[in-house]
Design a protein around this ligand. Structure first.
Ligand code: ATP
Length: 500
């Protein structure tokens, strides 16, 4: 774990964060990329259960954003795009982070991260007002690109490099976050292109294609899920900050002048989406509602990105503290106007209701798939002490909502003989067409239950001798660990009811 991270997590729940990382690896959710070659920093692979969970999150987002909105459609644009797009979008000139190097350790840091870590230290000491003041000062200096002021702040606050423990800092410099590569087979003809740092531009350059071919009327949205790439300098927070990650973005095209109203609309919609997901995932306990609300907050941007006239983040209280999960940005007509200028193609929309041509304004909702994955994992991960006076016992259970759980049902014959596997297989055949099921006959039933708890399977059914007599099975509920007997032919419906 990075030192910067460790500074921030001391007061929070660093053990839990570490435990989640280990659990993700041990149970096939997330592996370090290229692990057998000692790994590639800030790049991760999703394993057998991680990829299922990720797919379920994508489906849930797609359903709520595209299927449930008649005026939103989805696309899937290519990662490679014409290099002029990144000039027009402002990323070549503006997609920078202020960085500072420590001359002794030769380590490079993002300036905002160093100052935030200092503020976190202050909070640990109970100096909350000072911490707020420091962050406020930082936001104002960042907004003005005042690098001298930021350097002074770092020096005056006595911020030291966590590795060398010195304050021997360089000047602050900007660092562009885009990866570049070449297209074309002969190097002479090769042209530098960029790996997209956001999926949004694929939507903007297809705005008219979609609008015309889909006969879309403003207001309407275009959604997309896809990979994005950023050469993050400080990338040490597991899947929170990666160099290759996935975004789920939606650009909502509106009339100029309507941006304030739609910005508020999408802020609310997206916050509600998080709260609902969170409640589904929780234990359905109404007393938890207040707690749920405390886990999320808005953070308004003081320093606006080059394209925005208003922007905020939805932050969640991760085990490493409150951090951004999603951004809501009022992007004005910045992108479409610039694409019109650079491509020399008209990006206008004719609004027949008001008989006017205009370049639409845009509200963007942009959520990191990997961050929402980490959020769901952080919320689901539970260590339970099940000790009794007679016996010490504990379990790790992932309390995913049945909708999101990678595996919905485990089918477990109590023993590997007496025709029980055959009955269990029949149940499996009945269910696997409808949802993801897992069959296992090895080990004691207790061990098998625990393995299913560890990957968050909400239901286990056990086939035993009684099944042969009355065709009932025992169904075990993951969170309560309660068990009851139900007819074998009802298993499918019980699960379907919970996941739909
Ligand atoms: P941050 O301030 O954390 O670097 P950002 O404000 O640059 O994030 P946006 O450009 O608004 O992020 O991107 C939208 C969303 O994409 C973010 O809310 C986040 O969920 C996700 N995201 C951005 N960068 C990364 C990354 N390096 N790794 C994983 N997810 C990311």
């Amino acid at each position: 774990m990075g030192l910067l991270l460790s500074l921030r997590t001391m007061a929070t729940d660093s053990n839990k964060f570490q435990a989640i990382i280990s659990h993700c690896k041990e149970y096939g959710f997330i592996f370090q990329s290229s692990e057998i070659y000692d790994g590639l920093q800030a790049v991760y692979d999703y394993g057998q259960w991680g990829s299922e969970l990720k797919k379920n999150i994508k489906d849930h987002w797609w359903k709520s954003m595209v299927q449930m909105h008649e005026n939103i459609v989805g696309i899937d644009s290519a990662i490679f795009m014409h290099p002029a797009i990144w000039k027009a979008s402002g990323h070549v000139d503006n997609f920078n982070d202020p960085m500072i190097d420590n001359k002794d350790s030769k380590k490079r840091y993002r300036v905002d991260h160093l100052i935030e870590a200092k503020a976190e230290e202050m909070r640990i000491d109970g100096r909350n007002d000072e911490a707020d003041g420091l962050l406020d000062q930082m936001d104002k200096l960042l907004a003005k690109d005042d690098f001298d002021g930021l350097k002074n702040l770092i020096v005056n606050q006595g911020i030291k490099c966590p590795i060398s423990k010195t304050s021997n800092w360089t000047e602050i410099r900007q660092f562009n976050l885009m990866f570049s590569t070449q297209i074309g087979s002969i190097s002479d003809e090769a042209e530098v292109i960029y790996l997209r740092p956001e999926t949004a531009q694929g939507i903007f350059v297809n705005f008219l294609n979609v609008q015309k071919s889909g006969r879309m009327k403003i207001p309407f949205g275009i959604a997309q899920i896809g990979k994005a790439f950023r050469n993050e300098i400080v990338a040490r927070q597991f899947i929170f900050r990666m160099r290759e990650f996935e975004q789920m973005e939606m650009q909502f095209f509106i009339r100029p002048g309507a941006q304030k109203e739609w910005y508020e609309f999408w802020k609310n919609e997206r916050m509600n989406w998080h709260l609902e997901l969170f409640e589904q995932q929780g234990s359905h306990n109404p007393f938890l509602e207040a707690q749920v609300k405390q886990k999320f907050r808005f953070h308004d941007h003081v320093k606006l990105a080059h394209y925005a006239d208003a922007a905020c983040d939805i932050e969640y209280d991760f085990p490493i503290g409150f951090k951004e999960v999603e951004g809501i940005h009022s992007r004005t007509d910045f992108d479409l106007k610039n694409h019109q200028e650079f491509s020399k193609k008209k990006m206008q929309y004719f609004d027949s209701e008001i008989n006017q041509n205009y370049i639409p304004y845009v509200i963007e909702t942009s959520i990191g798939l990997d961050r929402i994955f980490l959020l769901i994992m952080s919320e689901a991960y539970t260590e339970q002490d099940l000790s009794t006076p007679e016996k010490q016992d504990s379990r790790v259970v992932l309390k995913f909502s049945p909708k999101l759980a990678p595996m919905k049902l485990a089918i477990l014959p109590l023993v590997k003989k007496d025709g029980l596997p055959e009955i269990a297989r029949k149940i499996m055949d009945d269910c696997k067409l409808h949802f993801r099921c897992f069959y296992e006959e090895k080990d004691t039933i207790g061990k098998r239950y625990r393995r299913m708890d560890a990957i968050g399977t909400p239901f286990c059914v056990t086939v035993d001798q009684q099944t042969k007599e009355d065709n009932t099975v025992t169904i075990r509920y993951r969170d309560t660990m309660q068990q009851e007997r139900i007819p074998a032919d009802k298993v499918k419906d019980v699960v379907l009811k919970e996941i739909n």
